[in-house]
Design a protein around this ligand. Sequence first.
Ligand code: PEP
Ligand code: MG
Length: 775
Amino acid sequence: MANSTTGSIGLRTLEDITSLILQSHDLSQTLQNIVDLVAKRMKTEVCSIYLLDRDQAKLRLSATVGLAAESVGKVALGLDEGLVGLAAKERRVISIEEPQSHPSFRYFAETGEELYHSFLGIPLFDRKFPIGVIAIQTLDRRIFSAAEISILQTIAFQISSIVTNARLLDSIQQRDTLPQVTLDLTSNNSEGNEPETEELHPILRGKVAYPGVASGPAHLLDERLGFTDILEEEGVIIDLELAELHDAIEKTRIQTLFLEKRVAERLTADDAAIFHTHLMILEDHSFTDKLESEIKAGHSAPYALKKVVSGYLEAFDRMDDPYLRERAADMDDIGRRLLANLIGRDDQTLHLKTPGILVAKEILPSDMASLDHEQIQGIITESGEQNSHAVIMAKSLGIPALVGVRGAIKLLEPEQPVILDANSGTFYIRPTDTICEEYRRLEEDCNRELSKLDELRDVPARTRDGERIKLRANIGLVSDVAVALRNGAEGVGLYRTEFPYMARGDFPDREDQYQLYRKVIEGFSGEPVTIRTLDIGGDKALPYFAPPKEDNPFMGWRSVRVSLDNVDIFRTQIEAILMASQHGPVKLLFPMISSLEEVNACQAIVEQAKQNLREEGIGFAESIPFGVMIEVPAAIHIARQLARKVDFFALGTNDLVQYLLAADRNNPLVNKYYDPLHPAVIRVLHDLAQIAAETETDVCLCGEMGSDPLNLLVLIGLGIREFSMPAPFIPRTKVFLKDLDSRLAKDAAQAVLQMGETAAIRSYLIEQLERLEGL
Ligand code: PEP
Ligand code: MG
């Protein structure tokens, strides 16, 4: 098998090991999970891990599947004993048939290993030093192929660092210096567990939103810490406080103008427009009046600010409305910057001066729009779900991210060193030198892996049997263009235009939108860019456009429904897209379509927009492909009729899955119901692929599910040949496709279509994947 196969198994296994570790609470359980997984993956009867004791004298059996469970912890070999000892001592791979006949064979009655007829042992290293051995054994006589050895080496290499970390965790835990709660994934009671001294190095866990490793200073996005320190003062001089408040407001106003300019230079004017809102707040009389009256009531300016800002935040919080949450974030931001100016710590802006790890309670899309992406090396959020839009954006920027890391902010001071391991789901605060050293090495390994993927950038994606697959990028901001190009995207399959709208203080005019779309289109020099019209509502709010309070926003006034009820705004956007179509191939995409009437209405508006441009003498491409998102179940049932009216379908599986399975994509309580491998989802995708083929309608799947190899196996098997995904997933998807035979994928899809249970589908696909990968 090619090396790339080994690489893809490595990645997959690492992902699996990651999730195993997230379920584990101690080293022995972690190791046991690893051997179970490897034995299953390698289809061997035995897999064991031996670890060197602390005195380096004995290799102790630490986990096994296949050997007697009671011998774990008891059987120990010297480095001169047995084949396992040989692998560690000589630091090399030992692969032999009939191990009993080897002079180094050592028999342990308690393990029952005389039954086994082949042996493969690979040393585990911590840097240059052996820390143990992973060994597999089979009942059959088996000559392990070079590919199998290389696969186990990849696995050994990857688990070595995990073993090292797990041991570190374990020893820290044993020394009882780690607050117990920080390893408990389910509890939220971090209170009372703050470090008492500088020597403590808390380790927190979270859910992996985007994999990778990063280290650096923590940039705290949540500065409410600052307000906690502001206490009521006695005997304030009111005039002095008022003067200081006005100074601080003026300083903040000037800084805001400066920030606007800076973000406009680094990103776009649209991205910078959020600061208009901030200026409006600073100039809002009801806000400044409230501050003044608090001071006049005898409070210091910082305390008055604390009271007023927390009053607003609490009120916003209680309302739990997406629009108001956006306002709360603005208020929070302004409050923090005003406070920094009041107390003379005006370097505390969120606008990052140095590269580092962003640590926040929550990151809203508008935060992402205004932050300097170049400086963000990783993201930690205390809350946030894996399907939230902020996380989708982190993915599209290719930034390692962990969500649900509870208690992180309380344990941190700004700029303290942290390490984010979004492979194992671990966040290290003020890590020890040993952990730093370990991660320096791991980071180097990751970078090496990435540069390997880099080589694939300009290679078109094909399956092993030569089927051409188009891999396009999902983008949201202009800065995504560079990320997409770096990852070899063939144009854009989904441009979510709502993100630039979110980053502004009001609706962008036609010229602004045109300039923005033009920039994106020109960035792709000839590759198509699919521009989706505004898709707000649900979990995406515009700070200046309040939707009505709805009990059920995902079923409510969102997406194309909002556009069709605001024809002027809608037509303006379409005109801007049409104008931009002079600069390169554009496709026009309409979200959340549930009826032919909506398609007719959208088409009529496109015609009006064209007519307006003609009258104004503005050029545009006459034949722009017209497509619809298939993401509402109704659209599936009218797909044939839709196909007669449109040029392409974009399969929006993020929403399609939530609507089909009645499971909110952002609600952790129903996460287990939200599964793209549910038989109903697969059946629907099959039908859609079939209808598209029969009606010769182009199809591109642009939901998140397309970036997971397990799902891809079915999707390729169902005949889908075009995908749009967060750009950093493109190179590894190419690696996966290179080893996938589309005919085998078709057989797998056919088999899965006969199954009625999600779990059965998943295990069948895992098995197929293993087989395809040559195990
Ligand atoms: C989808 O629903 O699958 C999709 C791609 O759109 P969004 O995630 O923006 O709703
Ligand atoms: Mg959608």
